[in-house]
Ligand binder design. Structure first.
Ligand code: NAD
Length: 314
């Protein structure tokens, strides 16, 4: 089998920053191409400055490096997207269609494009949200994710492109700051706590949302991408669950390390977005198809975040 060369688009973001070293370990540092709008501050291996809305530039990168797999992580996220819906839609859709077209035309073997719990809306059950359910999202980001899922399915059915996807919950990580989503509070809160500060939360205390620790995200993504094609029954996007909690429960978990830590609640426009999303996710199809099982519950995730961020701020 020829050696794989992986292109990661949006590599400087919250997920790309953590995924890149894992892909470099798996495929070799010379076989992973990181790409984003700007060069990162530290050296991370092979890097291409790339605006994925530009198809010619994307084609050039794919051909020059003989890319065989693409991880497409560039997107405008939920909260940021609401500040300029048309811009967010255009960016999310243009980059997606460029990735799918270049993949079809240049024989890319596998494509990964994440979806999100933001694809769900008012008419999806809020608890144990099933794999297949109405998708009527409340944000432009969610609309773009539903369209992403349908385009992925279309390219698979029409052209046989091996596109795979996960509906990520809110991602919690210490490696970098999140990029403007509605679950960002669950990262920021740890940064404040380890610096001995109180935290102002933009969601109400009892807002339960599906979340996932980065290690689980990376393992799920790589396990999905490694699974034999015959085990992939979902070509829109797989439901994926980690752990669901509220800001009050997260605060209590942090207080086991910092008893004096306090959270004040000042819900803003993101509260309505959060309320349109599921509270818990049924990921039984991912479990059945390719053996998914999350490893990080709230106490373990809290321990990892505090331990790692304490080192960062020391
Ligand atoms: P992020 O905002 O942290 O990073 C996105 C990256 O894409 C940024 O580095 C940005 O510079 C880059 N980018 C933007 N426009 C680009 C363009 N035109 N060309 C090239 N690069 C461009 O996002 P993230 O949190 O890492 O999310 C990655 C993917 O996972 C996205 O598809 C997102 O929708 C999805 N997702 C993330 C979460 C989460 O909690 N982080 C949850 C659900 C789904």
């Amino acid at each position: 089998m020829p050696r794989e060369t992986i292109l990661v688009i949006g590599a400087n973001g919250q997920i790309g920053t953590a995924l890149l070293p894992q892909l470099q370990d798996q495929f070799g540092i010379d076989h992973v191409i990181a790409a984003d709008l700007r060069k990162p501050s530290s050296d991370t291996g092979i890097f291409e400055v790339l605006d994925a809305t530009k198809p010619d530039r994307l084609t050039d990168v794919v051909r020059r490096h003989r890319v065989t797999q693409i991880y497409h992580l560039a997107a405008i996220l939920s909260a940021k997207g609401e500040s300029d819906p048309i811009w967010a839609w255009n960016l999310n859709m243009q980059t997606l269609l460029n990735v799918l077209e270049v993949s079809r035309l240049h024989g890319i073997r596998k494509v990964f494009v994440p979806s999100s719990i933001a694809a769900f809306g008012e008419h999806a059950p809020k608890y144990d949200t099933p794999q297949t359910t109405p998708l009527d999202p409340a944000t432009v980001y969610g609309i773009s994710k539903v369209a992403t899922e349908n385009w992925s399915l279309y390219y698979h059915k029409r052209y046989g492109l091996d596109v795979r996807s996960l509906r990520y919950p809110g991602v919690i990580s210490y490696q970098s700051m999140p990029g403007g989503g509605t679950t960002d509070y669950a990262v920021s809160i740890f940064h404040e706590a380890v610096q001995g500060r109180s935290f102002e939360c933009f969601l109400a205390a009892d807002t339960r949302l599906p979340m996932i620790y980065m290690d689980d995200v990376l393992r799920a993504t790589l396990e999905l991408m490694e699974a034999p094609e015959s085990q992939i029954s979902v070509r829109t996007s797989y439901n994926l669950a980690g752990v669901s909690f509220t800001p009050a429960e997260l605060t209590a978990a942090i207080q086991t390390y910092f008893p004096n830590f306090v959270t004040q609640y000042k819900p803003d426009f993101r509260q309505a977005i959060a309320e349109s999303w599921p509270k818990t996710i049924d990921d039984s199809v991912a479990r059945q198809d390719w053996g998914w099982k999350p490893a990080f519950d709230l106490p373990r995730l809290t321990h990892e975040m505090i331990t790692n961020l304490t080192t960062v701020y020391r």
